[in-house]
Write a protein that binds this ligand. Structure first.
Ligand SMILES: [Cu+2]
Length: 404
């Protein structure tokens, strides 16, 4: 078996920024106390993973949920998630720091945090009944220079971590914290935004009385929300953070990297008009010409669709005595002319999916000639992402899903 060599593509890809595998939260610090998270790159392969405050996740590819999954339970706390057994105690008014592994710089977007009251024990709660209210949000910091400076960039600058405050007004009780980055690098496409949600059980103490109603996780977003379907490769004057409105007392502008600035005491008013989108004065950077068609052949991980089928040996049989004239169905070799003489491994313009049955990304037919520059760039991002995902991760992925 041979596959197209990624090395052939490296030169063509050189002009594009490299992306890394996606990150996840390895642990949280609640009021100064560290709690280990759900280590999605090891716990799924352990017989008895430890009890943690984090919800488990089936997203072993460190992948995402997109607009096609906004009404599916996968959007609630990530794919196939189940409640954590433990809870982290934090006082209302206290802080939670979420510690990520390295987040890819190209994956710009907002960072959003919600709470949902478990009304009982979070470790056995039905996630489809949880109603989330937004307690913290941060989106576009500066959109003047595309693709802009975003909350995700702040997270990276702050040593891959994010700190939020539990509103002092929230009533004590058991809650699920839903923490999420939405990557917008491909969000100009339909279902191009990528949601990376993760959940943690909190036991909130204090004397608050606020009990916001909240909305089901499956009702947080639609794939046409202004903050979900948006191209970020043009100057943006504003950005509408998706999801329900921030509750009163919520934190609309966490500033994890700088000294605390004057925090807003209430939620900002809802925008009264659509976000202003300035007409770009110049075209967004385009991938170099040779690079684009090459993406069509990037295989990751290798799938059967990229396997070069060995050409059947041509049988040059000279003996004809075994073929009798009365034989209606010759049992000898089939005429070689009917054999595929040179099977193509992959039709031009086909980008293999990542092979993950849960990722909703199967092989897709692409008409490169009709794609916009933005679409081509997003394709490049995705291809690079697959190309540079660590081999170890790919092997685990293969084991889990039984791929060859
Ligand atoms: Cu990505």
């Amino acid at each position: 078996m041979s596959i197209l060599k990624p090395s052939l593509l490296l030169g063509a890809l050189a002009s594009l920024s490299l992306v890394d595998a996606h990150g996840y939260v390895t642990g949280i610090v609640a009021d100064g106390q560290y709690h280990g998270g759900y280590l999605v790159d090891s716990y799924p392969y352990t017989n008895t993973p430890p009890d943690v405050v984090a919800w488990s996740s089936g997203a072993t590819d460190l992948g995402f949920v997109d607009g096609s999954g906004y009404s599916s339970p996968d959007i609630i706390c990530h794919r196939s998630s189940e409640p954590g057994a433990l809870s982290a105690e934090v006082a209302a008014g206290g802080s939670i720091e979420l510690q990520w592994t390295e987040w890819p710089e190209s994956h710009h977007g907002p960072v959003i945090d919600y709470l949902a009251n478990c009304n009982g024990d979070c470790s056995s709660v039905d996630k489809t009944q949880l109603k989330f209210f937004k307690i913290s949000e941060a989106g576009l910091i500066d959109g003047s220079s595309p693709p802009g400076n975003w909350a995700s960039d702040d997270l990276i600058r702050n040593n891959q971590s994010w700190t939020l405050t539990i509103p002092e007004s929230v009533a004590p009780g058991n809650y699920v914290l839903r923490h999420e980055i939405i990557a917008l690098h491909s969000a100009g496409d339909n279902n191009g935004a990528q949601n990376y949600p993760q959940c943690f059980n909190l036991k909130i103490t204090g004397s608050g009385t606020q009990n916001p109603e909240g909305v089901l996780g499956t009702s947080l977003y639609t794939n046409t929300d202004p903050g979900i379907k948006i191209g970020i490769y043009q100057p943006l004057a504003s950005y509408e953070i998706p999801g329900p409105a921030l509750i009163g007392g919520g934190d609309s502008n966490p500033a994890p990297t700088a000294a605390p600035t004057e925090a807003p005491t209430e939620a900002p008013e809802a925008p009264t008009e659509a976000p202003i989108i300035e007409v770009p004065t110049e075209a967004p950077p385009a991938p170099t010409e040779p690079a684009v068609p090459s993406y069509s052949a990037v295989p990751f991980p290798p799938t059967e669709t990229t396997t070069v089928v060995e050409q059947p040996p041509v049988v040059t049989k000279t003996m004809t005595t075994i073929v009798r004239p009365t034989d209606a169905q010759p049992t000898g070799t089939q005429p070689t002319a009917t054999q595929p003489t040179n099977p193509q491994p992959t039709p031009p313009g086909t980008l293999p999916g990542d092979g993950c049955p849960k990722n909703n990304v199967g092989p897709v037919e692409l008409d490169l000639d009709s794609m916009t520059t933005t679409e081509l760039r997003d394709l490049a991002f995705n291809a690079l992402q697959r190309l540079f995902t660590p081999r170890r991760q790919a092997r685990r992925h293969s084991r889990q899903f039984g791929e060859a």
